[in-house]
Design a protein around this ligand. Structure first.
Ligand code: SIN
Length: 352
């Protein structure tokens, strides 16, 4: 008896997985890279290589994961999230959909770099068709650093994934003991462990050493309730972002219009999505070329008022509501796969 107990304790402390247990939920961990899988030459170095550890190494480094769930994993790619391309998104979406459609898998956790995590999360939130929990997680400190936040973040993400209340909430992000919805979450700090916030409304829940509590739900239509879907062959239209500031040189903007295949623009306007009046000709030229333009804001919180300064009715623009520019780009890309109709796309921005 003592021997069995000792073996169990040793195995647990080494993070060794036991055979699948029918009483536990099964979680598929899809690893994509990021700082959570990053390694540095010293415990305190800020120079490191994101996406160095494999999914297997990452999972083995977290004691207690196999106490929570049967863990399966796949390495989708292993990158710094700033290097993620549109075709990476399509590849990831197809892996997530495959896992979501597998009756043996109860929930999905995606390990991801934090720099573009909010974009991947919102993209998946709009295109994946499932009620199963899908949780993105990363780390601000590499796996080799002093007090790395990755292991606890991953443990907590699996705890969120298996929690009964996590179903039908769309895609979530679990970082630093907080749970966020993918539409509203954004990265707000370059280096601190407390790097994510929902500027328009706090968090939706907390997870403390695997104990999950929810305070609110994401209210916008997501996953099963959107008309958007993709497959590996989908062509996501080219949509770029323009950032406004005092004294923009309008000549620089004209060059953007020469971009081959450009279908849409998101303008990160000043204040309430405002656009300098001397960009009037640029807006007219862009619209004449059929480029669809969404007005978002560089401010970081709050909604863009429809037709602020008569911009939308005068130049046939779309107001992004409270979507930040990088997420407005995603909704515009997916909308343009279905329509060029400005009214319909405006409705999409009030719905998703
Ligand atoms: C990345 O986004 O891949 C690097 C930064 C991070 O994960 O925190």
């Amino acid at each position: 008896m003592r021997k069995i107990l000792l073996t169990l304790l040793l195995s647990a402390s080494l993070g060794v997985s036991f055979a699948d247990n029918a009483n536990k939920p099964t979680v598929e961990i899809l690893a994509t890279g990021g700082t959570i899988a990053g390694t540095a030459s010293s415990q305190t170095s800020t120079i490191y290589k994101a996406g160095s550890l494999t999914a297997e190494q990452l999972i083995a480094s977290v004691n207690g994961l196999s106490d929570l769930a049967n863990i399966q994993y796949a390495q989708v790619y292993n990158k710094d999230s700033g290097d993620i391309t549109l075709s990476d998104w399509l590849h990831l979406a197809s892996e997530v959909q495959k896992a979501a459609d597998n009756p043996k898998i109860n929930a999905i956790v995606i390990t991801h770099g934090t720099d573009t995590m909010e974009e991947t999360a919102y993209f998946l939130d709009l295109v994946i068709k499932t009620n199963k929990p899908i949780i993105l997680v990363g780390a601000m400190r590499p796996a080799t650093s002093m007090s790395s936040d990755g292991p606890l973040n991953l443990y907590n993400a699996v705890a969120v994934a298996i929690d009964k209340q996590s179903s039908s909430r769309g895609v979530l992000v679990a970082m630093n003991e907080k749970i966020f919805d993918s539409r509203n979450v954004t990265k707000t700090n370059t280096t601190e462990a407390e790097a994510f916030q929902q500027p328009n409304g706090g968090t939706i829940g907390n997870v403390n050493m695997g104990k999950v509590s929810y305070q609110s739900i994401a209210t916008r239509a997501n996953t099963n309730s959107t008309p958007f879907s993709v497959n590996q062959e989908s062509k996501l239209p080219d949509v770029e972002i323009i950032y406004e500031y005092a004294g923009v040189n309008p000549q620089m903007l004209d060059h953007i219009l020469d971009t081959k295949g450009l279908k849409g623009l998101v303008i990160a306007g000043v204040g309430d999505g405002n656009i300098p009046s001397y960009e009037k000709d640029f807006l007219i030229k862009a619209r004449k070329k059929g480029i669809v333009i969404v007005r978002s804001s560089r401010v970081g919180s709050g909604a863009v008022s429809y037709d602020y300064n008569n911009l939308d009715t005068t130049y046939d623009l779309i107001a992004a509501d409270n979507l930040n520019p990088q997420k407005a780009r995603i909704l515009l890309m997916l909308s343009l796969m279905k329509t060029n109709n400005i009214k319909q796309i405006q409705t999409n921005f009030s719905t998703y």
